[in-house]
Design a protein around this ligand. Structure first.
Ligand SMILES: O=C(O)CCC(=O)C(=O)O
Length: 278
């Protein structure tokens, strides 16, 4: 397959920088195919895309899946409802380790975020390779996790946010009334690469089905600590115009909130699996 760009690895396990990409080519099938191959391999890819137009943003998104119109974040509107705006000035934040919307039965497979306004310093995003974290476990531990499933619950972070006094009680009730939670295997297999990955997060995962509460807490605490080993991670310092794509089946992410009172504004789209990827 011929590609019109080069991918430089940003770390031994995850992260790839796409260089020499002609932005006018991002709508071409061979470019999209090569971007997908890079994403599957590197799990997170960084494109330098200042001036990327909303229609190009959506052309990339549509190749990877069915773009989501986000339930509660604002969007660009005017035909670009699938491009969500996450603006710190509106109080929006994502400083928590998570897979996107893992409380859904079929969570988004890929998310792409395009930096619009950045603070002078800070506001980096971090990712953890959950495939590498899984592969680093002992064979005995992998065997133990086989067949276990855990609940992912949207109520968990909103309850924490209420206790921290960073959301209103009305917002808390609104989220809780949606009652969004789902049971997912603790170890998933990527449908394209075939690699296995841990699938849990300290944000949404509440307990492991079938274990006593103390057992579940101990296993989850161990796995969360394991995933925090720095060698599984990658941190991106944004420049305006950067577009980062990540594969929610392979990585966890966390957007660091360390830049108040400055503004950070991103345009992002997450996509649900196309039928072709099951
Ligand atoms: O703003 C970021 O860097 C990532 C935010 C995030 O967690 C998301 O868009 O899902």
């Amino acid at each position: 397959m011929s590609s019109t760009f080069t991918v430089l690895p940003l770390g031994p396990h995850l992260g790839g920088e796409v260089v020499d990409l002609d932005l006018s080519s991002v709508v071409l099938p061979q470019t999209l195919e090569a971007l997908e191959a890079a994403l599957i391999k590197h799990e997170v890819i960084v494109l330098h895309a200042p001036g990327l137009k909303p229609e190009q943003h959506l052309a990339i998104a549509r190749y990877f899946g069915e773009p989501e119109v986000h339930t509660f974040y604002p969007n660009l509107g005017n035909g670009f409802e699938e491009i969500t705006v996450i603006d710190s000035k509106l109080g929006d934040r994502a400083d928590m380790w998570h897979h996107d919307e893992s409380f859904l039965p079929h969570p988004p497979v890929v998310t792409m975020t395009h930096a619009q306004i950045l603070p002078p310093t800070g506001g980096d995003t971090c990712w953890v390779s959950m495939t590498t974290a899984y592969e680093a476990l002992s064979e005995r531990m992998k065997h133990y996790l086989e067949g276990l499933s855990a609940w992912h619950d949207m109520n968990a972070p909103i309850t924490a946010a209420l206790r921290q006094n960073v959301v209103t009680h009305e917002r808390y009730l609104e989220v809780v009334s949606m009652n969004r939670r789902h049971l997912h295997p603790l170890v998933i297999r990527h449908p394209i690469s075939g690699r296995q990955a841990l699938y849990l997060s300290p944000t949404y995962t509440t307990h492991i089905e079938g274990l006593a509460s103390a057992e579940s807490e101990a296993v989850l605490a161990y796995l969360h600590a394991h995933c925090q080993h720095v060698q599984f991670g990658f941190r991106h310092r944004w420049t305006v115009g950067d577009m980062v794509l990540w594969d929610n089946r392979s990585v966890l992410h966390n957007a660091i909130l360390d830049y108040k009172p400055h503004q950070r504004r991103m345009q992002r789209t997450s996509v649900f699996a196309h039928a072709r990827h099951g």
